[in-house]
Design a protein around this ligand. Structure first.
Ligand SMILES: Nc1ncnc2c1ncn2[C@@H]1O[C@H](COP(=O)(O)OP(=O)(O)OP(=O)(O)O)[C@@H](O)[C@H]1O
Ligand SMILES: [Mg+2]
Length: 488
């Protein structure tokens, strides 16, 4: 292999005879004269554009029919064939090695004539970039089968995005991250729109699995209810004004009523409704009654303390890490908004008071239940409080460019849609070519991991299977008939 071209952080390497290099592989370009190396990643592979190749191919194919005659008078065919197969590896320079250490300075130019180019095996590459740490977890393996372990510290305190087209394995990876975090003692909260995290405590054969004690499913309005007192005026007001659009002047009235009931220690659903009914201004009264009824109809609120839970009790019930799975499956959109508003406000409150140190939030298809203004809040204020989010979506344009830019880790699964590729390549921390070529070709269950988690080296990972009930299968109408056909 030899350096052919260098343009900015793009290097073209010519390989003749072509080496067995695949897209995503890493090559070391070592310049012994300056005792430095560049670490470059192959992002695209093509044939070398050698003059006369077309002519030779045409000559080859037109003489194929002349049997038994050797037309290779000069005995150069074998040599020309090797040249015809010469490959150009289009690479991106990722980092450098100076004095045996990884270095960010890639501004120097290696010698074209004296540099040695070495194709790293996956194992060698992973050893070089040193991803393991105290809290390492296995994410999966490279295409070549080398185990990819990453340090959970690269997820702690960070914003992660998992994106890719339908059915490629996004939720599976999110479940793997969640289970790894709670196994190490972390607290997780999942907004589970499809109800697919609820059986993580069970194995595929429905026997209890090891995380069983650490998985708690909340069914808002059914098993999970809270009292008005626990919800508190602040959260109540947030819900009725931002989710249920209560006008500001009516919000003042509810504030007055709430304080008066609280002072008399009679803050119940019944007394609240009664007090609202006695509001003299018809307009305000009707507005309040409609919002009250809407909120109460969700079943989230109760006056019975035996039925009610508190997030503190639920979280303290985990002795060494655990996850609250908020099952949003089948809930009306407005109820999802209400419960998400409630959970986030309450969790922030717990973090603010240092009742809770930090938590990992997993939000599937968050655009379905998260107000636009909340996104910024989650990645800025809430992150400082200790809510570390992972957004999972198959619609990359549902996440704004601003959020992508703040992401520390992005896990990209396969995308084929041009618009999706354009969105992701514009917004993620890696160059457009890497996304356009590599993400387009990823097989199912493979992801391109970018960011802190891989020390800023994009790596293709085959995510490992899980031995718990992941429930991600798409329900099929014709599944049985198809299976029968295979069996018979
Ligand atoms: N790494 C993996 N190993 C084994 N099975 C996997 C892996 N990743 C995903 N699967 C399986 O593939 C199916 C689809 O995966 P998953 O539900 O994670 O896809 P998704 O990208 O979240 O799809 P959707 O966009 O529909 O939410 C599931 O049955 C899941 O168990
Ligand atoms: Mg999914």
């Amino acid at each position: 292999m030899h350096i052919y071209k260098l343009d900015g952080n793009t290097m073209e390497i010519v390989s003749c005879p072509p080496q067995d290099v695949q897209k995503g592989d890493y090559i070391i370009v070592r310049d012994d004269a300056v005792n430095r190396s560049l670490i470059v990643q192959v992002t695209n592979i093509g044939y070398a554009n050698v003059p006369g190749v077309l002519e030779d191919i045409l000559r080859d194919s037109s003489t194929k029919n002349i049997d038994g005659r050797n037309l290779d008078f000069l005995d150069v065919k074998a040599f020309i064939d090797v040249i015809k197969d010469a490959k150009i590896f289009r690479c991106k320079i990722r980092k450098a090695i100076v004095d045996g250490r990884i270095d960010h300075d890639i501004s120097w130019t290696p010698s074209r004539s004296t540099s040695h180019l070495i194709n790293l095996t996956d194992k060698e590459f992973l050893k070089l970039i040193g991803l393991r740490g105290e809290n390492a977890i296995t994410l999966g393996a490279t295409k070549g089968g080398a185990e990819v372990s990453v340090n959970l510290a690269a997820i702690d305190g960070k914003l992660n995005i998992i994106s890719g087209k339908k059915g490629t394995g996004k939720s599976h990876l999110s479940k793997l991250l969640l289970l790894s975090l709670i196994e190490k003692g972390g607290i997780g909260v999942v907004f589970d729109v499809n109800g697919e995290y609820i059986n993580l405590g069970y194995r595929a054969d429905y026997q209890k699995a090891s995380p069983y004690e650490k998985i708690l499913v909340l069914s808002p309005g059914k098993g999970f209810k809270v009292t008005l007192g626990y919800m508190g005026l602040g959260v109540f007001l947030r819900i009725i004004s931002s989710v249920l659009d209560l006008p500001e002047n009516s919000a003042w009235e509810i504030r007055r009523i709430w304080s008066s009931l609280s002072r008399k220690s009679v803050l119940t659903l019944k007394s609240l409704r009664k007090a609202i009914e006695s509001v003299s201004n018809n307009y305000v009264r009707d507005a309040l009654i409609r919002r009250y009824d809407s909120l109460v109809s969700t079943g989230l609120l109760t006056d019975d303390p035996r039925e009610a839970s508190t997030l503190e009790d639920l979280i303290f019930g985990f002795t060494s890490g655990g996850a609250l799975i908020v099952n949003l499956r089948g809930l009306p959109a407005r109820f999802c908004h209400i419960i998400v508003e409630f959970m986030l406000s309450k969790l922030c409150n717990l973090l603010d008071r240092w009742v809770l140190r930090a938590l990992f939030l997993f939000a599937e298809e968050a655009h379905l239940y998260l107000r636009k203004t909340y996104w910024e809040d989650i990645v800025t204020r809430m992150r400082h409080l200790g809510i570390f989010s992972t957004f999972i979506t198959n619609q990359p344009d549902s996440i704004s460019d601003g959020i992508y830019r703040q992401a520390d880790n992005v896990f990209l699964f396969n995308f084929t849609n041009e618009n999706d590729l354009a969105t992701v390549s514009k917004a993620t921390m890696v160059d457009a070519e890497t996304v356009n070529v590599i993400a387009r070709e990823l097989p199912p269950h493979y992801c391109l991991a970018l960011g802190r988690v891989t020390n800023d080296f994009p790596i293709i990972v085959k995510v490992k299977p899980l031995n718990v009930k992941t429930m991600g299968e798409t329900r099929l109408f014709f599944a049985d008939t198809y299976e029968q056909k295979i069996l018979t």
